[in-house]
Design a protein around this ligand. Structure first.
Ligand code: IMP
Length: 202
């Protein structure tokens, strides 16, 4: 039987990436925007806290199970910033372009060998708004920050995030290529495996 689960994000690019991962899973993922729901303000100090906040909020509001993620980029030369602030790096309501511009500006004097960074993703599933058995998975994606944008795909910091293994930026990869190596792809595959083990939800 196919179970309906809310995907607690308003980010259309994330919806596409996450749906592709659950493609062969007996799960109908419905974005919260289909119900006119917006994400709550993120007040957590960690990716896991923020992901749980989003999932619990959607599950409580809509009375169903929910999946959510929280992600961001931690740049080594910036001591891990912007981290959980990645979406708001250039200010509240900043666009992807503004965030990337700020990052490139802050790193303008940082030499190539010190431009290492890491995407983080926490993916969570809650059965209900007061779930005491939340399923949680995390993953990271290591790479380097380029000096200028490359590629037109993806979102966020993808155009300047260089994957050394494939020699492509996130914005030069297809959705399938990105899901194999990315923080979100790996975290949601782990989440899917854990959900399969946690037979309580089926
Ligand atoms: P969230 O929606 O609160 O998880 O914010 C995550 C922010 O981190 C996004 O707005 C992007 O700026 C950045 N980010 C997270 N994942 C990715 C990715 O896969 N590619 C590029 N940027 C990302």
């Amino acid at each position: 039987m196919t179970q309906r689960v809310i995907l607690a994000t308003g980010n259309e690019s994330k919806v596409k990436e996450i749906r592709a991962i659950f493609d062969d899973f007996a799960l109908e993922l419905l974005p919260q925007t289909a119900f006119g729901l917006e994400s709550p303000e993120e007040t957590g100090r960690t990716f896991v806290e923020n992901a749980l906040q989003k999932a619990v909020f959607a599950a409580t509001q809509l009375g169903v199970s929910a999946i959510a993620d929280d992600s961001g980029i931690a740049v080594d030369a910036l001591n891990g910033r912007p981290g959980v602030w990645s979406a708001r790096y250039a200010g509240q309501g900043a666009t992807d372009d503004q965030n990337v511009d700020r990052l490139l500006y802050e790193l303008r004097h940082v030499p190539d060998e010190k431009r290492t960074a890491c995407f983080h993703c926490a993916a969570v599933f809650v059965h209900s708004g007061d779930d005491k058995r939340a399923v949680i998975a995390e993953a990271i994606w290591r790479g380097k920050i380029l000096r200028e944008r490359r590629g037109i795909g993806g979102f966020g910091y993808d155009p300047v995030f260089y994957d050394v293994g494939s020699m492509k930026t996130g914005a030069e990869m297809s959705r399938e290529e990105k899901n194999i190596v990315s923080h979100r792809g790996k975290a949601f595959k782990r989440l899917r495996d854990l959900m399969e083990d946690a037979t309580v939800w089926i």
